[in-house]
Design a binder for this molecule. Structure first.
Ligand code: BG6
Length: 456
């Protein structure tokens, strides 16, 4: 296990909101040795004392449930180094200390290529690991370049391209439920399944993140990474094991099998929209374009929907609809598997029988199977609902990810070839949208479903 974590961007939002609480949770679970060192590097002229005061404050705000002793231990372990990620000497100082380090690039993604070059010049010790957040590149070509830069620095096994969805217990349970139930696996193909809808509808708005979000939009923020990863877990062949190689090889197969959409298909199979002013519950929400930091000329979408087909034996003929939006009227975060109708109803059809739907609600977790129980004269739809007992996860998602980084298990991070394949799917859509082949619709904040979002 690596005992030293160096975070560049160590005074930023990601560090305060997610990484420090993740570390506190690991400490509480007894996963961190007393020799664990945390070095945070950034541009502020702070000393250790000022930095620790900030750490304590962040933990109070974002890890209020963590044990006081763990919060204090992380605060005491934290050291601060002023370092400019462009300066190899300063970076070398921040990572110095002997032995391998885990380097977390909690930086704007545009800085990744330069940061990787600087780490190279700063002689990153052998055995070190690198962690990067999404988006990994801006298109296929830039993802390939970034992968090449990383390959010149460390082996692929030492690169952790974070997708926090994969560390969510509920997401892992999706694969668990699929593979542990013969009754599901035998029906898990296009002969029985007409459509899979992967939905991440949020009531959250841009929440002060326009500086980042306005440059990416819903497609790159959510679909290119999280939703395609969910699709992989739904559609992958059963892996031999959940080791990093088996799991990621099978996910790659799914991504490679996705048929890229053509310019002719994109207007029918994709939608983009942006929220205007509205009300969510009793909260008035300004229009997206009036949020500080938004450039209306960019035409950034806050809602994206795409319909994909997979060219492989199991799924040819099933449609996969991925959709996500911000400032919607209700949170809906689920995978809904729509089975085909039965081929024949011997007692006639009175319209009350509906095809089965299996819903994996990812947040909050539950599993719902709509089964039709047929009475002597009429069909009665009986939803069978099973809600998994809510057990707090062992660690928050970022705790799990950090533990995997420190222990060197990249199974739940994205491999370089997966990132490239995901861009192969999304890049033609970005290109078509930038050429206005699909109009940018609008929906008032608080809408249940944006107008015309349901085409089928
Ligand atoms: C993040 C996106 O990766 O995932 C956000 O940048 C989104 O825009 C979030 O809201 C959703 O995940 P969670 O765990 O916050 O529900």
């Amino acid at each position: 296990m690596i005992q030293r974590l160096v975070i560049f961007g160590g005074t930023g939002d990601l560090t305060g909101r997610y990484l420090l609480p993740g570390l506190a949770a690991l400490h509480e679970a007894g996963e961190l040795d007393t020799s664990f060192e945390l070095v945070c590097a950034d541009l502020k002229d702070w000393d250790d004392k000022q930095f620790r005061a900030w750490v304590a404050d962040q933990l109070d705000q974002h890890a209020a449930n963590a044990a006081g002793v763990s919060r204090r231990a992380i605060t005491a372990a934290a050291r601060y180094r002023r370092a400019d990620i462009q300066n190899p000497l300063e970076v070398a100082e921040a990572i110095a200390g002997g032995g391998p380090v885990a380097v977390y690039l909690a930086l704007a993604p545009a800085l990744f290529p330069m940061a990787i070059r600087t780490l190279h010049d700063a002689h990153l010790p052998d055995g070190s690991r690198i962690v990067l957040e999404k988006p990994f590149g801006v298109d296929l070509a830039s993802a390939e370049t970034l992968n090449q830069l990383l390959a010149d620095l460390v082996p692929e096994q030492a690169v952790f391209r974070v997708d926090h969805f994969l560390a969510m217990t509920t997401v892992q349970n999706l694969l668990g439920s699929r593979l542990a139930n013969r009754v599901l696996e035998s029906l898990w193909n296009s002969a029985h399944i007409a459509k899979v809808e992967i939905t991440w509808d949020e009531t959250l708005t841009v929440e002060g993140r326009a500086g980042y979000y306005d440059n990416v939009g819903a497609l790159e923020d959510m679909v290119q990474n999280h939703l395609l990863q969910l699709l992989c877990l739904v559609a992958m062949e059963p892996p031999i094991s959940v080791s990093e190689r088996d799991l990621r090889d099978r996910k790659l197969d799914v991504l490679r099998s996705i048929r890229p959409l053509t310019d002719d298909e994109i207007p029918h199979r994709t939608r983009r929209a942006r929220y205007s002013a509205g009300t969510i519950g009793d909260r008035s929400v300004p229009s997206y374009v009036d949020e500080p930091g938004v450039d209306p000329q960019r035409c950034t979408e806050t809602f994206a929907e795409i319909e994909l087909a997979l060219d492989n034996w199991r799924w040819s003929g099933t449609s996969f609809v991925l959709r996500t939006g911000k400032a919607l009227g209700a949170d809906r975060k689920e995978v809904a598997v729509h089975f085909r109708p039965v081929p024949h109803l011997p007692f006639g059809h009175d319209g009350s029988t509906a095809p089965n739907i299996l819903r994996f609600t990812l947040d909050p977790e539950s599993l719902t199977l709509a089964l039709t129980v047929v009475g002597p004269t009429a069909g009665t739809l009986v939803p069978l609902t099973m809600t998994a007992p809510i057990q707090p996860p062992e660690f928050p998602a970022y705790g799990r990810l950090l533990l995997d980084v420190l222990t060197g298990n990249p199974a739940l991070s994205i491999r370089g070839d997966e990132a490239e394949q995901a861009w192969r799917v999304v890049t033609p859509i970005i290109s078509a949208w930038s050429r206005d082949l699909v109009p940018l619709d609008h929906y008032p904040a608080g809408s249940v479903v944006p107008p015309r979002a349901r085409r089928r």
